[in-house]
Ligand binder design. Sequence first.
Ligand SMILES: [Zn+2]
Length: 214
Amino acid sequence: MTQSRPDFSDNMKQPNDKESRYCTRCARALKACLCEYIQHVPHLAPLHILQHPNEVAHPKGTAALLAASLSHARIHVGEHFADADWLNALLADPKVQCYLLWPDDEALTLAQVREGRGQAREVHFILLDGTWRKAYRMLHSNPALLGLPRITLGAMAGQYSIRKKPFPEALSTLEAGYHLLSQWEGEPERFAPLMNLFTELNRQWHDFAQGRRA
Ligand SMILES: [Zn+2]
């Protein structure tokens, strides 16, 4: 599993205007770069984040912060993944069991996943990063994803106070990654740097909003 860190050789080329205003690691505007708060978090279960193209440059997106923190997380940008060789190979791998984070009525809790595991297959998690509507469309235009077992993180209130949420328990991708890995792998304190980063992000946005009102 390769890491989602950017190829720093990119820094060698002459940046164009847009590139030069964004941090290549946390994908945020340079003036809002949060890299100093990103801590490397080792973990076991790989995370595959399927990111809707509209989220890539979204100033309030959190997937890049999650991927930059984790040792085994990768962002794949797109809407249609039927031809994605990496995904097809992963789903066909008999040694791997993928679960899709999609908290509907059929979704299993992680405790249920743990109980129901027969063969010790390697567990991978797939997350959709987009607005609820976009994520729904991504799911339904990718039959392979529709066929995956779904998981839920249980009822918990997201603390994401800076972005419109379709329902109160909606979590940002960064929070979802935190809850998912700490529930699955235990030792929530190991994943605390993710929530610290999230707190920092919220603080930054509230400061910014305050500044705008002043
Ligand atoms: Zn940065």
